[in-house]
Design a protein around this ligand. Structure first.
Ligand SMILES: *Cc1c(COP(=O)(O)O)cnc(C)c1O
Length: 370
């Protein structure tokens, strides 16, 4: 038994659970299980929360990404610039549309390094897909500047960054489109798979609505081929209820992060927050030498940790045809050896947080007293 689990996804017997059960009950009685009023209400509420005109509920974060690529007409032979330091889904959405992911190395913030984008742009490049990994915003101003220069679309992979802010704007509202995942492991999470696309572009919004529902523009007519990526009413209802709590959860995660940072900043590399950012701490990623031994030490002391992600995407066997050399993307490869995600979820108690700190400090040699 862990003393501190990495995350606890069970919904406890609280008001939240009562609210969810009530809304599920209403949906069961209504018989409207896919899309419909409940999904529409959630889309309106989350659009308001994120400061965008339109939100489109879809089946998953991966679908959100690939539907956006399709909506921009990206496919066969096209290139999309992104990061290898991400969850596999970022690249698989690109590959799914028959386009090619082109990976750019990261900077110290563990996100795509905007300075390295321009040299990777070719005549085939159609879009940039930055990831706000762990809830830390990518450097969007610099990214948008390159994108405008070369007339590229910017698709934000905001799967891990609900509630993250960058110069007072929420991530997902900054590029041409934003893509969110509401997978159970994300901060705003459904009781199953769910995803969301955000945009301010009405034409794109209408297109994406058709795309998620087999290209249908009404009950019987279609002028494009689409896909089935509709959001379930029960998931939308769960998300709409959780949306009321999201800011308080993010606030608690930020407090947990602050406690870790205050206690660990002299021991490990801790995440940084610039004054123009609000980090939402989807994960709390530290970096250290001897990561594997350190992780084992925490495991033996009943603290569960994870690595997001131990194998960079370009090093996956599935990506071998892309022919990256061993010394490509050196910062991404180095980070993969040093990163470790500590438990950060909102229900952690003070006792648990202090326990984690104690067990971390017991691993590192004490500063020598003179
Ligand atoms: C979770 C995640 C996705 C995919 O979302 P799913 O809902 O699981 O399809 C995409 N990108 C990133 C960075 C993610 O963390």
């Amino acid at each position: 038994m862990y003393k501190v689990k990495y995350v606890d996804l069970a919904i406890k017997d609280t008001i939240l659970k009562e609210e969810i059960l009530d809304s599920v009950n209403t949906i069961l009685t209504s018989g409207q299980f896919i899309l419909g009023e409940v999904v529409k209400r959630f889309e309106e509420n989350i659009a308001r929360y994120l400061g965008v005109r339109y939100a489109i509920g879809v089946n998953s974060g991966t679908d959100a990404l690939s539907l956006c690529l399709r909506a921009f007409g990206i496919g066969d032979g096209d290139e999309v610039i992104t990061t290898s330091n991400s969850f596999l889904a970022t690249a698989s959405a690109i590959i799914e549309t028959n386009a090619k992911p082109v990976f750019v190395d990261i900077s110290d913030d563990l996100n795509i390094d905007p300075e390295l984008i321009e040299e990777k742009i070719t005549t085939k490049t159609k879009a940039i897909m930055p990831v706000h990994l762990s809830g830390k915003p990518a450097k969007m101003n610099e990214i948008l500047k390159v994108a405008r220069k070369y007339n590229l679309k910017v698709i934000e992979d905001a799967a891990q960054s609900i509630g993250t802010e960058y110069f007072s704007k929420k991530t997902g509202s900054i590029g041409d489109v934003g893509c969110f995942s509401m997978h159970p492991l994300k901060t705003l999470n459904a009781c199953g798979d769910a995803g969301l696309i955000t945009t301010n572009d009405k034409e794109l919004y209408l297109k994406l609505k058709q795309f998620r529902n087999l290209g249908l523009k009404n009950r019987n007519e279609s002028d494009v081929w689409g896909y089935n990526s509709r959001l379930d009413a029960i998931q939308a209802a769960v998300l709409d209820i959780k949306l009321k709590y999201i800011d308080s959860w993010i606030e608690k995660r930020r407090q947990n992060a602050k406690f870790y940072i205050d206690n660990l900043k002299d021991t490990l590399i801790v995440p940084k927050e610039e004054e123009y950012e609000k980090h939402s701490f989807h994960t709390f990623v530290i970096q250290t030498e001897n990561r594997d031994v350190f992780q084992k030490h925490l495991e033996e002391n009943k603290v569960e940790t994870k690595i997001h992600y131990p194998i960079p995407i370009h090093k996956q066997k599935a990506a071998s045809y892309l022919n990256y050399t061993d010394n490509a993307l050196p910062k991404t490869c180095l980070a993969a050896k040093r990163i470790l995600s500590l438990p950060i979820y909102q229900d952690l108690t003070d006792v648990q947080l202090e326990y984690v700190i104690e067990k971390i400090q017991s691993f590192f040699p004490q500063p020598i007293e003179i």
